[in-house]
Structure formats: structure tokens, C-alpha cells
Design a protein around this ligand. Structure first.
Ligand code: 5AD
Ligand code: SF4
Length: 455
């Protein structure tokens, strides 16, 4: 009888990538098929994130939800993977006796054996960290078929010591994938149909420093960009200290490198940046933005920001607002500080009151929304090359479907189409007809070769 697995993924793209490799292993090594229906699953894996308190809380809510299904299917095997088990694996096993295994991010390549042990009624705890240089990158299944856009982890872990951050503990020290392995995987993904690739790492800029070969991130970008058939290349994420001028200028040199840079600033006050141990001042960051924008003004700049870090005063927060006013980010992900286990800042009093954190977050988001809508307004009536990624959730209405895709600068565009299925995986020219709050609407003006022009 066919058996099914279901994976629920939280967190960053690295987790999304790991979930795909987990799926590959269960399909090809244990002959279990993927299902989108939780109630049909024999194996359920929750791939978790612990970067902030809020995503971590989701895990516990999800476990309670999954338990309802397990009551109806008692043989269901339930596992918790990803970052939360690194610090709470044992506690999860104690508190939720229906959980069959917990595994940390360094155990993804062993998932088939962990799941088969769990299916044989063993409770498995695999939360240790790989020793330096000993991490095994999970492999792609031979029959893996990427969509038009694919992800590829090129470096795991993080060697920084940002004082708010749990990631160096959950994901361990940096380890770069060998350039040969990266290139083989890139070619395989492109041959299998990917036309856009996003290179992933907690800090891709430090790629290569731990390898014997003389290679750095910019060399790797150039090599990947030159793979035949790869139309679009992206990467996330970058630490400002390691984003050197060569990288910032790469956007003007590498034609298929898409104009989008995620460069987290985190705070606008030097005092807070120092307490966060970020290793740069606001001026250092501004200089990087200048280098980037003078070489390639078209690059969309995205950031992460934290409000309410321990000791952040109203004056510090004003500096965050004025930095944001000055830089004008295209996209911002902003969060209230929450203390995380195994991070240095967790030892300091979390002294900005919850109401004040909420107020600061709202003020920051309002300011950013105003800037973003002004910047996005300039896209009205522009013509954009859009890589169509899939069908929009709206589905078909009056016989007309809708597809969504992204512009080079990473804006999501929704486009009406009579032949939506044929457009997926194609790059079409789109005129922007409407600028929405966080996305665009457009009309196709040019189709790829071999397809009829729109009337
Ligand atoms: N509290 C709030 N936000 C955090 N981030 C990381 N750690 C914390 C924390 N303890 C944010 C940072 C990071 C993003 C992924 O999450 O902005 O860039
Ligand atoms: Fe979350 Fe960080 Fe782990 Fe990604 S690496 S899943 S963001 S805690």
C-alpha cells in the first residue's frame, strides 16, 4: 500500500531547501510519496525556525494540530526538524510524547534512516552539531525536477557573533560547498529546467574562506552566471561587513545577476549596532549603499530591522528612522526584538516594554510603507521582463486565468492570461497597469518566441 509524507516548513529559504532534500530522500530512499493533505500522511515532518520567539511558538501550535490527525491515524510518525530541536529537542520529546523524532539542521542527509528507525517505533533524537568541516550537504535526488526558479545552498552556518542571534548556535559554523559541487548542481538544475537560481547562505559573502581552493563569492557568482541557459541569478543573504566593493559593483558587470540586494542594516544607531556586535557603523553602511547605487542605481535594496533591542532609547530609535528616511529601502522586513537562547543579548535585560516595541515597530513600518509606495509608484506604466513562476491563487475567472511572476528587482506581478499554463517558466514583457500595496498588476505586451502576441 502506498505510504505518504507531508512536510510543513517554517523559516528561511535554507529551510525550504532542506525540506526539498528531505522530500527527495523520503521519495527515493524510502519510497514514500509526498501528499499535500495532512490527514492522508503516514509521516509528518515540521521543519522549524527559531530565529525569533514568534515563529518558534508556531511549532507548538502546529504540533497540537497534528496530534488531532494522529488520533485518527495512530501509526502516523511525527518528526520535528530544523532549528528548534537544536535547543529544545529534548524538551519537545519530553513534553509531546507523540513526537517520534527530533532532528537538527545538520542531520538532513540522514533523514531516511532517522524516519525508518522512527517507523520501527524507536524515538530518535538527532540534534548534535556536525564537527567543523564534517557537515554533509544533502544531495538532490536524480529525478528532482525544479520549477522555473530554484534554490541552491552554497554555504551553511554562520561565523558571526551578532548578539541577538541564535543562528550561529542552530546552524553551526560556516562550511562552504566545494565550487565543483556547486557548479555540478547548477548545471543539473539548469538542464532540468530551472532558468532562475538563488544561491543561499546565512552569509553568502563569506563563501570560500574555509576552502583550500582560492575562490571567493564573486568568483563563484561569475562562474555560475556563465552557465548556459541560466537567465537569472540571485543570492541571499549578505552581511554588510563582507559585502565588498567588488560584490557591490558586480551588479553592473554580470548581465544576468538580478538587481536586488538584501543587505540587513538592523539598526540606525551606532551605539545599538555596537551592542548588536554587527561590526559596522551607519556611515560604513551608507558608504556601501553609495558604491552600490552609483554603480547600479536600478538595484532594489532590501533590509531587515530590529526594534527594541536591549537598551535601545527613544533617541537610538530616532536614528533608525532617520537612517531609513535617508536610505529609502525598497523592501523591509522588520521585527520586535525577542531574546533567544544561546545568544549574548539574552543575558541583558529585555528592557524596552512590549507596548513601546509595538509602537516603534508601527512607526518604522509606517515610514517604510510611505517610502515604498513612493518608490513603487515610479513603476506605473513601466515595461518589465517578468519570469512567470506559476498560476495565481485566484484561479480562473470568466475563462481568464492569472499568472504571477517577478520583475528583475523582485517585485511580484500578477498578469491576466488566457493560456496561463503555457506561460509558466517563460519570460514575458509586461506593462505595469496598476501598482498595488506590495505587488504589481500588468498586461503582457510581448510573448516568448513561438507564442502568439496578445491582442
Ligand atoms: N529578535 C528579533 N529579530 C531577530 N532577528 C534575528 N534574531 C532576532 C531576535 N532575537 C531578525 C534579524 C534577522 C532576521 C532574519 O531576523 O533582523 O536579519
Ligand atoms: Fe530560522 Fe535562522 Fe534556522 Fe533559517 S537558519 S530556519 S531563519 S533560525
Amino acid at each position: 500500500m502506498a505510504r505518504y509524507f507531508h512536510i510543513i516548513t517554517y523559516g528561511c529559504q535554507m529551510n525550504v531547501f532542506d525540506s526539498l532534500r528531505i522530500a527527495d530522500a523520503l521519495r527515493t530512499r524510502l519510497n514514500i510519496q509526498e501528499t499535500t493533505e495532512l490527514e492522508q500522511a503516514d509521516v509528518v515532518i515540521i521543519n522549524t525556525c527559531s530565529v525569533r520567539e514568534k515563529p518558534e511558538e508556531k511549532v507548538y501550535a502546529t504540533l497540537t494540530r497534528v496530534l488531532k490527525y494522529k488520533r485518527r491515524r495512530p501509526h502516523m510518525v511525527i518528526g520535528v526538524a530544523g532549528c528548534v530541536p537544536r535547543h529544545a529537542g529534548r524538551a519537545i520529546m519530553d513534553r509531546f510524547d507523540f513526537v517520534d523524532f527530533v532532528m537538527g539542521p545538520d542531520h538532513v542527509s540522514e533523514v531516511a534512516s532517522i524516519v525508518s528507525r522512527a517507523m520501527n517505533h524507536e524515538r530518535v533524537i538527532a540534534t548534535s552539531q556536525a564537527r567543523r568541516g564534517q557537515y554533509v550537504f544533502p544531495a538532490f535526488a536524480r529525478d528532482f525536477r525544479p520549477g522555473p526558479t530554484a534554490f541552491l545552498t552554497i554555504i551553511k552556518g554562520c561565523n558571526k557573533t551578532c548578539s541577538y542571534c541564535i543562528v550561529p548556535f542552530t546552524r553551526g559554523p560556516e562550511q562552504s560547498k566545494s565550487p565543483r559541487m556547486v557548479m555540478d548542481e547548477v548545471k543539473a538544475l539548469v538542464n532540468a529546467g530551472a532558468i532562475e537560481l538563488t544561491l543561499l547562505g546565512q552569509n553568502v559573502n563569506s563563501y570560500g574562506h574555509d576552502l583550500d581552493e582560492d575562490v571567493d563569492f564573486v568568483n563563484l557568482l561569475e562562474a555560475v552566471a556563465s552557465v548556459k541557459g541560466l537567465k537569472r541569478l540571485r543570492f541571499v543573504t549578505s552581511h554588510p561587513v563582507d559585502a565588498n566593493d567588488e560584490l557591490l559593483r558586480a551588479f553592473s558587470r554580470i548581465p544576468n545577476l538580478m538587481p536586488y540586494l538584501h543587505l540587513p542594516l538592523q539598526a540606525g544607531s551606532d551605539r545599538v549596532l555596537r551592542a548588536m556586535k554587527r561590526g559596522y557603523t551607519l556611515d560604513d553602511y551608507l558608504r556601501k549603499v553609495d558604491v552600490l547605487r552609483s554603480a547600479s542605481p536600478q538595484v532594489a535594496l532590501a533590509t531587515d530591522m530590529i526594534v527594541g533591542f536591549p537598551g535601545e532609547t527613544a533617541e537610538d530609535f530616532d536614528k533608525t528612522l532617520s537612517a531609513v528616511r535617508r536610505i529609502e529601502f525598497d523592501q523591509m522586513f522588520s521585527f520586535k526584538y525577542s531574546p533567544r537562547p544561546h545568544s549574548a543579548a539574552a543575558r541583558k535585560p529585555d528592557d524596552v516594554k512590549p507596548g513601546e516595541k509595538a509602537r516603534r515597530l508601527q512607526a518604522l513600518q509606517e515610514l517604510h510603507e510611505e517610502i515604498q509606495s513612493r518608490r513603487m509608484a515610479s513603476l506605473q506604466d513601466s515595461v518589465q521582463e517578468v519570469l512567470v513562476e506559476g498560476l495565481s491563487r485566484r484561479g480562473r475567472q470568466n475563462g481568464v486565468g492569472q499568472v504571477f511572476g517577478r520583475t528583475p528587482a523582485n517585485w511580484v506581478v500578477n498578469v491576466d492570461a488566457e493560456d496561463p499554463d503555457d506561460l509558466v517558466g517563460k519570460i514575458v514583457r509586461v506593462k505595469v497597469t496598476q501598482v498595488m500595496r506590495h505587488s504589481l498588476k500588468g498586461r503582457i505586451i510581448d510573448r516568448p518566441e513561438g507564442m502568439q502576441a496578445a491582442t
